[in-house]
Design a protein around this ligand. Structure first.
Ligand code: C2E
Ligand code: MG
Ligand code: MG
Ligand code: MG
Length: 291
């Protein structure tokens, strides 16, 4: 995580946080190259509906194989890509790759939807909407099949403009999901104005609901509030059966997490989906919490 915004944010110059330091600039030029040279790949993590047990969606998660550094985690470069503007190239690439894979998966699994992570930064330009509509058209995929997961990593510079941009995207049929809700900058007053259809509860809220009564109260209240506002709710970072069970009892609509499945490359994901090959797709793990 990048704490201070820019080198002078704390009043003290700190090379470790200097976004213009040489190693960070090198990382960003490496990322630009990687996006062009097939060193990046999208992995997909399934989401299960807690009512039906169906696999209803996938989230695309970026993986970068750096020739010298090995695997680099998104949390190590996405914030930097946002700071430097390289995020636009990243998002452009992810949209092309993700929708192409989705088009292929829809032939076997026509009810799937795909979520792509976007940054509030992407909302500042017209590029996003244009790119989405052209790639969807190219692969003849309906806009309803695609969800944009928006994280508030930074307070929006111009929230009104951001909201208008989101509204315009939602008007084209795309779904909007608010990612990592309950962490960072997401505020309640802003929540009621969002053209979203889904709110995703942050992993930090979910992790200890089995152990902590107060976490349970927060999550249950959040689920009720989100439902009251007319949105669907999904929990991320579900790592065990007990947590899945509890979320189902609390009325959570969907979940994803290592308990259900780790993020997988598209080939492995196809096998995983085929293994759960009833129509509708049901997961064995899920059937254990049905009762
Ligand atoms: P996120 O969108 O909140 O994604 C969820 C993260 O949690 C992913 O980490 C995923 O691998 C991880 N995860 C899933 N299930 C579990 C679980 O049960 N336990 C734990 N401990 N972790 C779990 P990942 O792939 O490292 O991505 C980190 C963040 O980087 C994402 O958070 C997202 O904000 C960002 N990111 C990833 N790919 C993209 C992308 O293509 N574009 C943009 N703009 N951001 C991306
Ligand atoms: Mg996400
Ligand atoms: Mg998330
Ligand atoms: Mg998260």
């Amino acid at each position: 995580e990048i704490a201070p915004r820019g080198p002078f944010a704390t009043g003290l110059y700190s090379p470790a946080f200097d976004i213009y330091s040489e190693s960070r600039l090198t990382l960003m030029s490496d990322l630009r190259e990687a996006l062009q040279n097939n060193q990046t790949e999208l992995y997909y993590q399934p989401k299960v509906c807690l009512n039906s047990g169906e696999i209803v969606g996938l989230e695309a998660l970026l993986r970068w194989h750096h020739p010298e550094r090995g695997w680099v985690c998104p949390s190590d470069f996405v914030p930097l890509a946002e700071e430097t503007g390289v995020i636009r190239q990243l998002t452009h690439w992810a949209i092309g790759e993700g929708i192409r894979d989705l088009a292929g998966l829809l032939r076997e699994h026509p009810s799937l939807t795909l979520s792509i992570n976007i940054s509030t930064r992407d909302l500042a330009s017209r590029e996003l909407g244009e790119r989405l509509s052209s790639v969807l058209a190219q692969h003849t995929v309906d806009a309803e099949r695609l969800t944009l997961e928006l994280t508030e990593t930074a307070a929006m510079e111009d929230p009104e403009k951001g909201l208008r941009a989101l509204k315009a995207l939602a008007d084209t049929g795309l779904r909007v999901s608010i990612d990592d809700f309950g962490s960072g900058y997401s505020s309640l007053s802003y929540l009621k104005r969002l053209p979203a259809s889904e709110i995703k509860l942050d992993r930090s809220l979910i992790t200890d609901i089995c152990a902590s009564e107060s976490s349970r109260v927060i999550v249950e209240t959040a689920i009720n509030m989100v439902h009251g506002l007319g949105y669907r709710v999904i929990a991320e970072g579900v790592e065990n059966e007990e947590t899945a069970h509890l979320l189902r009892e609390m009325g959570c609509d969907k979940l994803q997490g290592f308990w259900l499945c780790h993020p997988l490359p598209v080939k492995e994901l196809k096998n995983w989906l085929a293994e759960h090959n009833e129509a509708p797709v049901r997961t064995r793990a899920y059937s254990r919490i049905l009762t």
